[in-house]
Design a protein around this ligand. Structure first.
Ligand code: UD2
Length: 314
């Protein structure tokens, strides 16, 4: 039976995709170097094989394809930290771009692939101010992370045009949900807030550092809606050779987000305000008409997503 490969499958979004694939009775192979991911993120299943390995090592990828025949590939493995990419652009490039090319080349050699979905990011838009962000908006990648994501997208789409490999790319907006790692100050803000509210519940003293006035907005999307979007892109023939924003099309300010969380947890979060982060964008939200044309409709409001996340964490 043909298998499904999930790179970065032990990570935040990857593990949710793995879970859904297993629910659909697929035979799944995960490759992860466990730099951010964890075995604890993965369900126990005899349908699942986990390979500990680094996707930036060419032989690791070729071995993987020698041992397996894949029908679908979800490529989520990456150095996910923008800050880390600024610290070490070369290492980021090896993982975030070269690995994409290794996978595409192996997929080309193997033949018979039904879909290759590449996980890109809204970071490719940079500080391009036009709102909402459309797939056709100007691209202004400002960091090594964003540059490699954009370049990978272009390779992925080129492999569809040049070699007829059915690929597609998705640009994630601000994804939140359980298993997102809150450990760094550059972690997603919802995971940081969740951590703070958990401390409050344990009666521990804590303060949330708010950069700026809290009126900055983001298009936060709950991870289950992201899974829905990624599956549509992996199943619909209209998606081939295209790139899709994955957001809700809505926007929430940080102040609104904190307010919602205070309501859910019935606590007040102590806040320390600091000046806005350099490089921070003020507003961001997506135009998701392309994704909607595949049949996508977000199932979770911000509040519903937060509530489910909070209940899973507690
Ligand atoms: C996301 C990426 C970032 C870059 C950017 C491109 C994540 C986690 N971050 O940043 O790396 O790709 O998109 O658009 O994917 N904030 C606080 N206090 C905190 C943490 C965050 O006030 O402790 C603020 C932060 O300054 C920002 C907002 O919350 O204004 C959202 O922060 P974020 O890092 O979750 O997401 P974003 O979109 O700024």
């Amino acid at each position: 039976m043909s298998k499904v490969l999930v790179t970065g499958g032990a990570g935040f979004i990857g593990s949710h995709i793995v879970e859904e694939l297993l629910n659909n009775n697929e035979q799944v192979v995960v490759i992860d170097n466990f730099s951010m991911g964890s075995m604890d993120n993965l369900p126990k299943s005899n349908q699942l094989t986990v390979v500990e390995g680094d996707i930036s090592v060419r032989e690791t990828i070729s071995d993987l394809f020698q041992q397996n025949q894949f029908k679908k590939i979800f490529h989520l493995g990456a150095i996910a930290s923008v800050a880390a990419s600024v610290e070490d652009p070369l290492h980021t490039h090896q993982t975030n771009l070269e690995a994409t090319l290794y996978l595409l080349e192996e997929a080309r050699k193997q033949g018979g692939l039904e879909r290759f979905v590449f996980a890109s990011s809204a970071a490719v838009y940079g500080d391009e101010p036009t709102l909402p962000k459309k797939e056709t908006s100007a691209i202004r990648p400002l960091t090594p992370y964003a540059i490699d994501k954009f370049a990978s997208e272009q390779y992925v789409l080129a492999f569809s045009r040049l070699y007829d490999i059915p690929t597609a790319a998705v640009r994630f907006f601000n994804v939140f949900g359980n298993r997102q790692n809150p450990s760094s100050p550059y972690s997603g803000v919802v995971s940081i807030l969740t951590d703070k509210f958990k401390q409050l519940m344990k009666k521990e003293e804590t303060t949330f550092t708010l950069f700026g006035d809290g009126e900055q907005t983001r298009d936060f999307i709950y991870v289950k809606d992201v899974v829905q979007a990624v599956f549509l892109v992996s199943e619909t023939s209209d998606a081939i050779g295209k790139v899709f924003n994955v957001g809700t099309g809505g926007s929430t300010s940080l102040n609104e987000l904190i307010g919602l969380y205070e309501e859910i947890t019935e606590t007040t979060l102590p806040i320390e305000k600091k000046k806005e982060r350099s490089g921070d964008i003020k507003e961001s939200y997506s135009d998701i008409s392309e994704l909607k044309s595949l049949g996508f409709e977000p199932k979770f409001t911000m509040r519903e997503g937060l509530l489910e996340y909070w209940n899973k964490e507690n």
